[in-house]
Design a protein around this ligand. Structure first.
Ligand code: AMP
Length: 114
């Protein structure tokens, strides 16, 4: 989508430290990391929020979780644990309206989140 920051990263118009890519999904380091491991996993297709996900996105959503598993293993945090977060709309703090799964790990995670 024109003007979407994450679509521009998918199209390689904006640089990112890419850690995983397949035909449906791209994953890259968050520019403002909140943990020793902080990766954003995004679909290549533009989907603004989780509220816009439908049954037609089944394969994409599955691919995002598969990517999370692979990356967590590669970063050696699969066993200790990690957190997957999808902020949706304003009260949750979504700032980029192209869905993205935050993969956070490498430190203890408090609950409830802030
Ligand atoms: P959210 O607040 O859930 O929408 O998350 C958006 C995330 O995108 C934030 O954690 C930002 O630090 C991150 N971010 C914004 N711009 C970039 C960028 N150009 N490259 C990597 N991460 C980014």
């Amino acid at each position: 989508m024109i003007g979407c920051l994450f679509c521009k990263i998918v199209q390689k118009q904006i640089p990112a430290n890419i850690v995983f890519e397949d035909k449906r999904v791209l994953a890259f380091e968050d520019v403002t990391p909140q943990a020793p491991v902080h990766i954003l996993i995004i679909p290549k297709e533009h989907i603004p929020t989780v509220n816009d996900v439908t049954g037609e996105h089944r394969d994409i959503i599955m691919a995002m979780f598969e990517a999370a598993k692979v990356i967590a293993k590669e970063k050696n945090i699969a066993y200790q644990g990690y957190r997957l977060v999808l902020n949706t709309n304003s009260e949750a703090g979504q700032s980029v309206f192209h869905i993205h799964m935050h993969l956070l790990g490498g430190r203890h995670m408090a609950w409830p989140p802030g």
